[in-house]
Design a protein around this ligand. Structure first.
Ligand SMILES: [Zn+2]
Length: 103
């Protein structure tokens, strides 16, 4: 198997780039990582809903925030990428730009 450098880089990027989970379907706000590690998929959820849920005491209003959080939850089964691989890809691309014709 012989891949060109560009093909190899794009395959690595597709595999190791951190996924973009998009926006919260409820409030269009940003999602943030709520849980990672432990062999479980990376869990994203609405940042605003998590903050609201943490700030209200159980009872008044908390059900609404909990539902908001549930709906916004996004599981990333690709385990969140690998920043070190992405760094290597980036460095390689820079080198390739500085030394055209060698790759
Ligand atoms: Zn939201």
């Amino acid at each position: 198997m012989h891949l060109s450098n560009d093909d190899l880089l794009s395959k690595l990027q597709a595999k190791y780039q951190r996924t973009s989970p998009g926006r919260c379907p409820v409030c269009s706000g940003a999602l943030s990582v709520q849980h990672k590690g432990g062999g479980l998929p990376l869990t994203w959820a609405c940042t605003a809903a998590a903050g609201q849920l943490a700030s209200v005491t159980a009872g008044a209003g908390s059900e609404q925030h909990r539902a908001h959080l549930e709906v916004s939850r996004y599981l990333d089964y690709r385990t969140g990428g690998d920043a070190r691989v992405m760094e290597l890809v980036h460095r390689f691309q820079k080198l390739a730009e500085q030394h055209p014709g060698t790759t």
